[in-house]
Every structure is written in structure tokens, then in C-alpha cells.
Ligand binder design. Structure first.
Ligand code: FAD
Length: 377
């Protein structure tokens, strides 16, 4: 166990890779450990690919701050490094006068969060932009867009490697022990097992980040770190309807911030899909239940009257790592050094659900700030 790293990051989803790209430097030993055979095979490739603008999240929360900052950084990175993206804009559509009042509340919250370009459209203005969408009014968010999340991850990998970081695949972290001035990390299983020490350990393990935190002895139930899996399914829209909208079209979100409501996303090829739904589940299973087709149809028909039931085909699913239990109010990201639990240099990122993709580069800067403070001590 002679080997000693400076910074070790667990997980090569978009968050772990963004952190690696930010903190790597030629005079540091930086490692990313990934249990799968390659990067980004879990939540980071099972999501909508939307660059959010920061409308929904409670004022002052990390979700709000990281989303608004991350939105700006992502567009800059996309433009500078040719990462596939489109600043399509989005509408949040009210379908009744009662919902129009809720639009005002959302608009005010979004502006307080720093999404300054939002504005309310009348029905006529909305129809000028999106003639095929039905509603009484809408919020226009011009800075919402879409991004090629794989290209973003490849960019973070290239940047991390250029600065000397190494990424180890098929390297599952199975044990963590606090030792003098750092952590002993055990990777692999059985005969393949090996250990090394690291001064800083960053937990970016996505759906398993609560279990990784538990390896250090943290009582995850007591600390409120236990994750609840919340599945989101998608249905693709066929029937030649792809070109009938040119922006992302969202309903008003359901209460308590569990999700944004089943909405229309477009990918960079212009394909249309609906999703993600919300369903708390006990285990990780990405199958899409075709019995849910009616739910998808019923959810969007009010504002997308051109969709026929038979246009919908089950597509894919992702699973949100939620700190929020069913029925609870929205919970913020946990991003913190655990020094106050006797674990200085162990940085947890737990509950990094949406807008984690949008926030990735901003989260990486935030984590880098925590690490620089620790290293300066
Ligand atoms: C349905 C859905 C839609 C979404 N849509 C959007 C969107 O449009 N816009 C947006 O901004 N955000 C969106 N998000 C959120 C975004 O996708 C996530 O916040 C982000 O991908 C999380 O990245 P991550 O790196 O934390 O997790 P992951 O991508 O899950 O990566 C974690 C990695 O850790 C590895 N790992 C776990 N345990 C270990 C271990 N013991 N040892 C080694 N490696 C380990 C895993 O194998 C995995 O590769 C969506 C999420 C979902 C579920």
C-alpha cells in the first residue's frame, strides 16, 4: 500500500469528470476511479440533455446557484471547444387562467435566482413562436438549450488527461478507511483487490454516493444522506411530428419540486421525445413500461394537441438519485467537506439530480475551492 495520490475522485459521470478537469494539474497525482468499463454509463447518459436556466430551485440553494452559473459556463465551453449544443429556448405553458398566476410566481423566482432573460408571453405572442402549442400564456426562457452530454464528458476527460489526471475503469471502490493525513481506499474485489492512500477523496458516485459515504462510517440515515431512486421514463414521438415545435415545451411543474413535469425535449438531430415521468422505485431497472403510454399522452395533450396516442413509443429511462422522499419538499444538493464529522478531506456530492448536468462545471469550481482550502491548511 505504498502508493499515495493527492486527489482521488470516485465516479466518472459528468460530475466526477468535471471535477477531475478542474482540479488536475501536472504537479498533483489525480485519479478518477470508475466501477464500469467506461465513463458516463449511468445517470449522465440517461437524461434529457437540457441546459437549464435556473428557474425552479429555491432561492439561495446550491441547485439555483450552480445551475445559473453552470448554464453560463457550459455555453462558453461549448462555443470555445465545439461541443454540440443549441440554444433553442424553452416555453413553460399555462393552460388555464389559474396556471397563469403560477407563471408569475415561477418568473419571479427564476429572476431572483439570476435567470434574468425570462419573460411572460401572451397567448398571441406564444402562438407566434410556437403555432402548434396550445395554452393561455407562457414563460419564455431564451437561455435554455440542449447539449451533447457525451461530447461534454469527452471534453472534461481530455482536459483532465492533458493536465495529468488518470482514469481507471473497472475500479470499484469497496472500502474506505481514515488514516493519518488521508484515506486508505480499497478498489476491486477478491484476488483483484488493491489499496492505496489519498490525501483528498471526492465522492461523485451518483446513484451509489450514499453507499460510498457509508463506507467511511457516516450514518447516512442520521445525516439525511440516504438516496431514494426516482425513475424517469421517456417516450419518443414519431408520426412525422418532430418539426412541429422548435423549442423545448414544458408544462407548469407539479408541486414540491419532485420533477419538472413530462415535457418535450428535442435532441441535436431534432428528434422529439416526451419525459421524464416520475416514479419512486426500490431498485435500478431501466426498462420502460409500455403501459405508461396513456399517462404520457394524457400529460401532454392539453398543451400539445397535435400528438396522437399512436405517435408514442417507449424509448429509455433514467433514475434520479433523490434525497427527497416521496411527499417531502425539494432537497438541495449535498456538496461538502466532512471535516466536522472527523473526516477532513472527504468531500461528499450526494443527491446530484437535475440540474446536475447543467451545473457540472460550476459544481467542479465549487469543489475545487473546497480542495484548495483543504490543501492550504
Ligand atoms: C431522467 C433524468 C433526466 C435528467 N435531465 C437533466 C437535464 O436535462 N439537465 C440537467 O442539467 N440534468 C439532468 N439530469 C441530472 C443529471 O443527469 C445528473 O445530475 C448527472 O448526470 C449526475 O452525474 P453524476 O456524475 O453525479 O452521476 P453518474 O452519471 O451516475 O456517475 C456516477 C458514476 O459513479 C460510478 N460509481 C458509483 N459507485 C462507484 C464505486 N463504488 N466505485 C467506483 N465508481 C463508482 C458509477 O458507475 C457512475 O459512472 C437528469 C437526470 C435524470 C435521472
Amino acid at each position: 500500500m505504498a502508493y499515495r495520490a493527492d486527489i482521488t475522485i470516485i465516479g466518472s459521470g459528468v460530475i466526477g469528470l468535471a471535477v477531475a478537469a478542474q482540479v488536475a494539474s501536472q504537479d498533483r497525482e489525480v485519479y478518477v476511479l470508475e466501477k464500469n468499463k467506461t465513463f458516463g454509463l449511468e445517470t449522465s447518459s440517461r437524461q434529457s440533455g437540457v441546459i437549464h436556466s435556473g428557474i425552479y430551485y429555491p432561492e439561495g440553494s446550491l441547485k439555483a446557484k450552480m445551475c445559473v452559473a453552470g448554464n453560463r459556463i457550459l455555453y462558453q465551453l461549448c462555443e470555445e471547444y465545439g461541443i454540440g449544443h443549441r440554444r433553442l429556448g424553452k416555453l413553460i405553458v399555462a393552460t388555464s387562467d389559474e396556471e397563469t398566476g403560477e407563471l408569475q410566481t415561477l418568473l419571479a423566482r427564476g429572476r431572483r435566482n439570476g435567470a434574468e432573460d425570462l419573460r411572460i408571453l401572451s397567448r398571441r405572442e406564444m402562438k407566434e413562436l410556437e403555432p402548434n402549442v396550445e395554452g393561455v400564456a407562457a414563460i419564455l426562457s431564451p437561455s435554455t438549450g440542449i447539449i451533447d452530454s457525451h461530447a461534454l464528458m469527452r471534453y472534461f476527460i481530455a482536459r483532465a488527461r492533458d493536465k495529468g489526471a488518470q482514469i481507471a475503469y473497472r475500479a470499484k471502490v469497496v472500502a474506505i478507511e481514515k488514516v493519518a493525513d488521508g484515506y486508505k481506499v480499497t478498489v476491486g474485489e477478491g484476488a483483484e483487490e488493491f489499496s492505496f492512500t489519498t490525501r483528498i477523496l471526492v465522492n461523485c458516485a451518483g446513484l451509489y454516493s450514499d453507499k460510498v459515504a457509508e463506507l467511511t462510517g457516516i450514518d447516512i440515515a442520521k445525516e439525511g444522506y440516504k438516496l431514494h431512486y426516482c425513475k424517469g421514463e421517456y417516450f419518443s414521438v414519431g408520426g412525422g411530428k418532430n418539426r412541429l415545435v422548435s423549442r423545448l415545451i414544458f408544462p407548469l411543474p407539479p408541486p414540491k419540486g419532485t420533477s419538472l413535469g413530462i415535457h418535450v425535449t428535442l435532441d441535436l438531430e431534432g428528434r422529439m421525445r416526451l419525459g421524464p415521468s416520475i416514479q419512486y422505485v426500490d431498485s435500478i431497472d431501466y426498462a420502460v413500461d409500455n403501459q405508461h403510454q396513456q399517462l404520457f399522452y394524457d400529460s401532454v395533450i392539453r398543451f400539445l394537441p397535435f400528438i396522437d396516442y399512436d405517435d408514442l413509443e417507449p424509448e429509455m429511462a433514467g433514475i434520479r438519485p433523490k434525497l427527497q422522499e416521496p411527499g417531502e419538499d425539494i432537497k438541495d444538493f449535498v456538496i461538502r467537506d466532512e471535516g466536522d464529522k472527523g473526516l477532513p478531506g472527504f468531500i461528499n456530492l450526494i443527491g446530484i439530480e437535475s440540474p446536475g448536468l447543467t451545473a457540472s462545471a460550476a459544481i467542479a469550481k465549487y469543489v475545487s475551492g473546497l480542495i484548495e482550502e483543504l490543501l492550504a491548511k
